[in-house]
Design a protein around this ligand. Sequence first.
Ligand code: ZN
Length: 430
Amino acid sequence: MFWDQQCETLDRDTLERLQLHRLQETVRRVAANVPFYRQKFAELHIQPDNIQSLADLSRLPFTTSADLRQNYPTGLLAVPCEATLRLHTSSGTTGKPKALFFSRLDVDNAAELCARSFVMTGITARDVFQNMMTYGMFTGALVTHYGAEKIGCLVIPAGPGNSERQLMLMQDFRTTFIHLTPSYGLYLSTFLEKHGIDPARDLALRKAFVGAEPYTEETRRKIEEGLGLDVYNSYGLSEMNGPGVAFECVHKSGMHLWEDHFLMEIINPQTGEPVPDGEPGELVLTTLCREAMPLLRYRTRDITSLIPGCCPCGRTHRRLNRITGRSDDMFIVRGVNIYPQQIERVLMAQKGVGRNYVITLAGYDEMTVKVELAEAGFDGQVEHLVKFQGQLAEKLRTEILIKPRIEFLPPGSLPVNEGKARRVIDERKM
Ligand SMILES: [Zn+2]
């Protein structure tokens, strides 16, 4: 199942020659058209002609999300504003967002890569796609929307939330694949269960593409069981077109990163030096085909690792492990670095635990994990609950080295996450 077999199976030498050629073009274009890069090159004494091999990539400057904000709104454009076709912004917590421009070629390429990614898992023109991502300024929904249309699928632009309507659409139009965040996937599972819907009997769902926030293998299994479908891990970020940067194939053993469009490095986030293959580090991406807003060595803040070896599907583009965290998500309690995903992994593997949780940090480094119980998680015996609480705290201690307080909540009592979930609430007095 290939969308573009030739590109997807290029032999390594040809792929690397293509990458070098595209990198040289990109460097020449930003040197000529983007004052920000021209100045960085001058500071580092780089001429575009210095880039003679892929190893020379390490001479180029990093680009950070702060650079995007400082050059808001049009400072990083490599084409005249009239040549742009679409504007997206990326979610910013404070201040101005990052403005991301697409030319016609960029819009086409983004759809092309999503089409490749979907077809890789067996999607065809006969499939019906219900897109549960947020439409609007985010790339998540629009880019996959265009990708599915390119294949010829019927696309239902449902957007997130409103689960009653989602269910009606899935039933009436026999939706076969969906695209959603992991937190909404968990919520929708609970919703179907509560309404007595058996996905295998009542729905036509086959596949879900889940991304936009990091999640664990345990969460994947919960969504697969709850929705009765195959969950594929997807990765993208607005700075790199949005979704379609890296997707899983049917083997579900890592995400193929489309290396004819993006050059990847995995570095130690503290030193900026590359880590050995297979070791975890921060993913750094350079765009090779973006026309309106090329970015060199963009620090994604996402922590992942490269999977060595070939994939049985025959694609030559190398694979990334699932994102285990965002270097920004990490928090420190009593001197220990903790990612929310470590806690999620323990919780979701635990029978009796529900699908929603939140971590609160308060006072002087006091950590509480508030977690919903499963519908059948409490038998009415308080002593059983207390014992369970102790066991769970102990399991967490082996994972994160700290024993948090556990607070059990009735199912459905935490706020519903229809977009990106807020997992950590930090109210510490520091
Ligand atoms: Zn594969």
